[in-house]
Design a protein around this ligand. Structure first.
Ligand SMILES: Cc1cc2nc3c(=O)[nH]c(=O)nc-3n(C[C@H](O)[C@H](O)[C@H](O)COP(=O)(O)OP(=O)(O)OC[C@H]3O[C@@H](n4cnc5c(N)ncnc54)[C@H](O)[C@@H]3O)c2cc1C
Length: 460
């Protein structure tokens, strides 16, 4: 978004050089006053680089460059491309994955030489770095962002609960393949036909019937069953799968790192979905899939805790997806308001439109502030904070996208205006990683001790 021209002005506002304009008058302030106020002409979004610690600002700039150069140009084609079967990959998506791997966007949760995270960012929670990157990627394309992000979700159980070998050998070897430009993609599989939010948040744990069951066998386990809606499951080289142990319920959930080349593992189908279409959502089938003991992640019956910890880590970046999409919608609406003329002048001169744009910018910046506030403290992300950030940021993001749609009006239904695609993409952020309703319940679940304790302060 370019700064407004200095010599121009919008209807209803003073030109910057007008004697009553604060931009002009600011320069008349005494030095202390100038020091304590600010009228620098800057891009509205770029001011946020200055508010980030420099290592994160540098990552953000790199992510923006990558997204603008490699994601934005193919976003439309991939959104409109025919639906693909499991295992098939659009050539442009394949090229993007290779380049993303080479540039370190598929390996940034471990520092060099194990991964690609710059040492300078180690002083900040990895979730903050991830959120900053995800915002930039989402701004360019929700679907391509999910194509890249689902891989990190798949790797998260190894990071959170892997033993020394899994953390220092298995995951770095995944990362090295990515950096060589031959991506080993991972996916995260909890959702089962008949248990989505239930499986994610435990509200239906008592009546849960396992969708994937692990049966003991010589040297390991045999997995049988199905998982559904698995992002990136169609292209994954390996998948972290949560299964109940034979004859037990959800409390026995165990995480298995399954190699997709194992006999009996199959991507059964991919969904034709409304948004984020560049990323496949796959149904996975397991028929006597052998998993050796060495590929159990964490301990037996620890899957439930690993699942919850993974979601606490990933829900803040999902909130950042909302920020990126709201920003993209605001930029698209502003671009339209500048170009489209009504009554002989561009739409942006109408004050009703200005009011709408101001609200969109304010809402977007407010959810970004929420995301950064939570992410900057997310060394040990807490359920209450992660769920709150996820449902609130994505709810607000959708409202911003609706405002963009209102502003662009009949043109908004046309694919060329971008708002139509963003509108379809943002809706999914309110559904995955637990519906926003379930995330509200998740907040309350974590908070309930205080809610019930009359003597305790209600501080959140
Ligand atoms: C694009 C996309 C990508 C996805 N990627 C992945 C992935 O990579 N890995 C993965 O494992 N899963 C993935 N999912 C699955 C996703 O996480 C689930 O779809 C989501 O959590 C919702 O679960 P569900 O579909 O079973 O809905 P349900 O849980 O069946 O919800 C149905 C309705 O019931 C409500 N509800 C549920 N429980 C309660 C309750 N206790 N009280 C009140 N209301 C309730 C919900 O809010 C919703 O309105 C993805 C889904 C989508 C759409």
């Amino acid at each position: 978004m370019n700064a407004p021209k200095r010599d121009g002005h919008l209807d209803g506002h003073l030109p910057p050089e007008h004697p009553l304009s604060p931009h002009a008058k600011y320069r008349d302030l005494p030095p202390v006053g100038r020091l304590l106020s600010n009228y620098a002409v800057r891009d509205l979004w770029d001011t946020d680089f200055a508010r980030l610690p420099w290592p994160l600002a540098r990552q953000r700039r790199r992510a923006r460059d990558f997204a603008e150069r490699h994601m934005a140009p193919i976003a439309d084609a991939l959104d409109l491309a025919p639906h693909l079967a499991p295992g098939e990959c659009h050539p442009d998506a394949r090229a993007l994955l290779r380049e993303a791997g080479r540039q370190g966007w598929l390996s940034y949760f471990l520092p060099r030489p194990l991964g690609s995270m710059p040492w300078s960012t180690l002083a900040y929670p990895a979730i903050w770095q991830c959120s900053v990157i995800v915002e930039e990627f989402s701004r360019s394309c929700g679907g391509l962002m999910l194509l890249l992000s689902a891989h990190h979700l798949g790797a998260m159980p190894l990071l959170l609960a892997g033993n020394a070998r899994q953390l220092l050998v298995d995951l770095p070897s995944v990362y090295r393949r990515c950096e060589r430009g031959d991506p080993h993609l991972m996916a995260f599989a909890i959702t089962e036909p008949g248990a989505g939010s239930d499986a994610e948040d435990g509200h239906g744990a008592a009546t849960y019937r396992p969708g994937v069951v692990a049966t003991p066998t010589a040297g390991g386990w045999l997995l049988n069953g199905r998982k559904c809606y698995i992002s990136g499951g169609d292209l994954a080289t390996s998948v972290t799968v949560f299964a109940a142990l034979q004859g037990e319920g959800m409390e026995s959930w165990t995480c298995f790192h399954v190699d997709a080349a194992t006999p009996g593992f199959r991507g059964a189908r991919t969904e034709r979905k409304m948004g984020m279409r560049a990323s496949g959502a796959a149904e996975l089938e397991f028929v006597d899939v052998f998993v050796p003991h060495a590929r159990v992640v964490g301990a037996l019956r620890q899957g439930w805790a690993i699942n919850r910890a993974t979601l606490n880590a990933s829900r803040i970046p999902v909130a950042a997806m909302g920020v990126g999409l709201a920003r993209a919608a605001t930029e698209a609406a502003l671009d339209f308001a500048r170009r489209y003329t009504l009554g002989g002048k561009p739409l942006v001169h109408y004050q009703e439109v200005q009011l709408q744009l101001a609200t969109m910018v304010a809402e977007t910046r407010a959810i970004r502030a929420l995301v950064w506030q939570e992410a900057r403290h997310a060394w040990r992300p807490r359920q209450l904070h992660a769920s709150l950030a996820k449902f609130h940021a994505t709810d607000v993001a959708q409202r911003v996208c609706e405002m963009a749609m209102d502003l662009v009006a009949d043109h908004g239904v046309l694919h060329e205006q971008r708002v139509e695609k963003i509108f379809r993409d943002v809706r999914l952020t309110r559904i995955f990683e637990g519906t926003n309703q379930v995330n509200r319940l998740s907040l309350v679940e974590d908070w309930q001790g205080q809610l019930l304790d009359a003597d305790h302060s209600m501080g959140v």
